[in-house]
Design a protein around this ligand. Structure first.
Ligand SMILES: [Cu+2]
Length: 613
């Protein structure tokens, strides 16, 4: 029911970094020295020298001694951001010290194994020069972070850096609402030593870390809380608004899973020393739900991170996590700049083939035309597989939804209820059974579908709006349709280019990149709630986020064109939807309202952009 689109757009305006703050922690921990070989001790000294003398004091002469000429620093998951060679290191250090001349790093912990060293650190500095394009603010900032280094012949050859860069931007006042957020930054951790239990073997500790990431990828909170975290687990780097407990970390994980339902962490490296285990991971997922207050963009996001844990008696007892959250924000277009170009990729379903194979005339015919004056449609058709051809002959958007009255409701009662209170979607939903129908299309357009309609009395309903903001169902946009028993010889189900499942709450099976052409989508409503698949084509130069985050003035033109799709289908129903995609950017969404949260499904994940080129 399209009447909700406007309400939806208003809800989407909640595009702000709203967080509840937790006070900065200062839980003290002192690392217990564990035996290390001479080589790993020497490696650790190199890292310590880099932090304490090069980064903190600007002693550039040491760079030659510490770094191999082929050194590479990965500052993000994007290789084009890599810093290369000795000159790259010098430029990096000079840039940092020009922006923060008094910067001082404190090494909190070193973990080494083989040719790898992981360092956990915090720093403090005053911004007196440009940093990431931000002019000098004079502000003093303090953040933590973790880095992983590889050595070759005693020199640094590769580095992955994970500063808490989101915290820097918040403290510099670059991110809206960040003045308050800044206080949530964990301060340096100093204080009392805690007792350290007998460490497990390196292999057992490594296995526990692997088990953690497997459970993370499975969204298995029970295993994490019951078998992996100790009951007194402490997270020293809680996300703003989340408690420092194991439950808080699991809740953070679930929060991210709601924004990126398909997210997966791939473990790139694990470094174990004594009771400490560090893992470097690459996380990727599709932005299909609200994350950081940003409505779903359908963009694919990849970012790196480093998690360090301490293990005692076979369970994780402490955690420090450093993730490239600024990169996530940049990739979902939340930092104000233009979102990155969608990565060119061929559609996994290739060129469309199915449309050419469909014999539309083989099915029972239902031709519906709509205009502001109402529907032109037959009074009676044969049921079974029905080819619906819907044409918009009007001056504004129209749809042709096909509904029956629910059990215990007569079709007269349903018609009266719709005309009386057409905007009350949740109440109306109890009175209808939804069999799809043609999605809203712009004037002059046509939408074809094949639907499975059992014999019954139906209503064709137009929940689009007239120019006076009245839905057409309250005027001429309702017509009865009698569907009789299917003919004995039913045609075969049509071919499809791809299968799309509408689930609670996502579109499964719609590629993010498609080639131009006419597609047949076999669309099944597979969730527990009814769903629809609506397409709009964005105006040129309009991003999905812009289109779905601005509230239009009443009557003002929307920055997209209604492109059709299939209307509400109850669980279990299937329709074959013809979609003609020409080059440009499309957005698929479902505006049906979830009764539990009163939010439209698109805010819960049922929105996805499709780039056609
Ligand atoms: Cu839905």
């Amino acid at each position: 029911m399209r009447s909700l689109v406007r309400i939806t757009l208003a809800l989407l305006l909640s595009l702000s970094f709203v967080v509840v703050l937790s006070p900065g922690r200062s839980t003290g921990v002192v690392a217990q020295a564990t035996p290390a070989t001479q080589a790993t001790q020497a490696n650790e000294e190199v890292v310590r020298t880099f932090f304490e003398q090069v980064l903190s004091q600007g002693n550039m002469d040491l760079i030659d001694d510490l770094f191999a000429p082929e050194f590479v620093l990965h500052t993000s998951a994007d290789p084009s951001q890599d810093v290369q060679g000795l000159e790259g290191v010098m430029g990096f250090v000079m840039g940092l010290r020009t922006a923060f001349p008094d910067i001082v790093y404190t090494v909190e912990e070193l973990i080494s194994e083989g040719d790898s060293v992981v360092v956990r650190w915090h720093n403090q500095g005053t911004q007196q020069g440009d940093y990431l394009g931000i002019p000098a603010t004079g502000k003093t900032v303090a953040i933590g972070g973790g880095n992983l280094f590889h050595f070759q012949s005693g020199k640094l050859v590769e580095e992955w850096g994970f500063p808490d860069s989101l915290s820097i931007l918040i403290q510099l006042g670059v991110i809206p609402g960040g003045d308050q957020l800044g206080t949530a930054t964990p301060g340096p951790m100093t204080g009392d030593a805690v007792a350290v239990a007998t460490p497990g073997t390196a292999d057992a500790n490594r296995a526990l870390m692997e088990q953690f990431w497997a459970a993370y990828n499975a969204g298995d909170a029970d295993t994490i809380l019951g078998q992996i975290f100790s009951p007194d687990f402490v997270n020293h780097t809680p996300a703003p608004g989340f408690p420092a407990s194991g439950q808080g970390l699991v809740d953070t994980m679930l929060y991210f899973a709601s924004g990126f339902p398909d997210q997966r962490a791939s473990v790139e490296e694990i470094v174990v020393e004594g009771d400490l285990v560090a893992s470097r991971v690459l996380v990727s997922g599709t932005h299909q739900g609200t994350a950081y207050g940003v409505p779903p963009t359908g963009r694919h996001v990849t970012y790196g991170g480093l998690t360090i844990v301490r293990i005692a008696n076979g369970k994780m007892v402490e955690n420090w996590g450093f993730y490239d959250q600024v990169s996530i924000l940049a990739q979902i277009g939340a930092l104000g700049g233009p979102p990155p170009e969608a990565q060119p990729a061929a559609s996994p379903i290739g060129s469309p083939q199915a449309a050419a194979a469909i014999d539309w005339a083989a099915y029972s015919q239902l031709e519906i035309a709509a205009s502001e004056a109402g529907y032109e449609a037959p009074d009676s058709i044969a049921g079974g597989l029905v080819a619906l051809t819907f044409t918009n002959n009007g001056q504004t958007n129209h749809m042709a939804m096909l509904i029956q009255a629910a059990e215990g409701v007569t079709i007269d009662e349903l018609e009266t209820a719709i005309k009386t209170d057409p905007m009350n979607q949740v109440a109306l939903r109890e009175k209808v059974l939804s069999f799809g129908g043609a999605g809203g299309i712009a004037p002059g357009k046509q939408q074809r579908l094949i639907l499975n309609l059992p014999a019954a009395e139906y209503l064709i309903a137009d929940f689009e709006f007239d120019t006076d903001q009245t839905p057409f169902v309250a005027k001429n946009g309702l017509k009865r349709l009698e569907v009789t028993a299917p003919t004995a010889a039913q045609p075969a189900e049509p071919a499809a280019d791809t299968t799309v499942d509408l689930i609670d709450f996502a579109f499964s099976g719609i590629p993010q990149q498609m080639l131009p052409g006419t597609y047949i989508l076999k669309v099944t409503s597979s969730g527990e709630q009814p769903h629809e698949l609506a397409f709009v084509k964005l105006d040129e130069g309009v991003s999905a986020q812009e289109a779905f985050s601005a509230v239009p003035e009443p009557g003002a033109p929307l920055p997209f064109t209604f492109w059709g799709g299939v209307q509400d289908m109850d669980p279990g129903q299937t329709a074959w939807v013809e979609v003609v995609l020409d080059p440009g950017e499309f957005v698929a969404f479902c505006p049906i309202v979830d009764p539990a949260t009163q939010k439209p499904h698109l805010m819960l994940g049922m929105v996805q952009s499709v780039v056609v080129s």
